[in-house]
Design a protein around this ligand. Structure first.
Ligand code: RB5
Length: 148
């Protein structure tokens, strides 16, 4: 299951991403927002990041105007590796090297087709492991030290 969320700045893009996930037959949990009215991105970033951090959701996708606010919020949560990406190459690398479990997109930066390409690149790429796993292990050690 992929949990998705946005603020008003990412709402339209979230809806487009949902359509792509549904076309692919991927179960989606939409944690809001539900329209274009102004809301605060931390409230929705938190909902998705909690689901991923707890393991309730395998992955998440977040969108706000730029993606910056959502990535700041999501990366506070232990075990979350949220990647704000700007093109399909970054989306591919976010999985291949960083094993990002939350993809973050900017609704005021990307059009629907760009976002679909980026989500597809992230979903269709495998984590390479090896030396990259060692680097993720170092992040996990840091989290244990910082959040104990
Ligand atoms: C909302 O206006 C905007 O600040 C928000 O969507 C996001 O871009 C924050 O990083």
């Amino acid at each position: 299951m992929i949990a998705v969320g946005s603020d008003h700045g990412g709402y339209e893009l979230k809806e487009a991403v949902k359509r792509l996930l549904m076309e692919r037959g991927i179960p989606v949990e939409d944690l809001g927002t539900d329209n274009g009215n102004s809301v605060d991105y931390p409230d929705f970033g938190e909902k998705v990041a909690r689901k991923v951090s707890s393991g309730e959701a395998e992955k998440g996708i977040l969108a706000c105007g730029t993606g910056i606010g959502m990535s700041i919020v999501a990366n506070k949560f232990p075990g979350v590796r949220a990647a704000l990406v700007a093109d399909p190459y970054m989306a591919k690398m976010a999985k291949e090297h960083n094993n990002a479990n939350i993809l973050v997109l900017g609704g005021r930066v990307l059009d629907e087709n760009e976002a679909r390409e980026m989500v597809a690149a992230w979903l269709d790429t495998a984590f390479e492991g090896g030396r990259h796993q060692g680097r993720l292990d170092k992040i996990a050690v840091l989290e244990m030290e910082l959040y104990k």
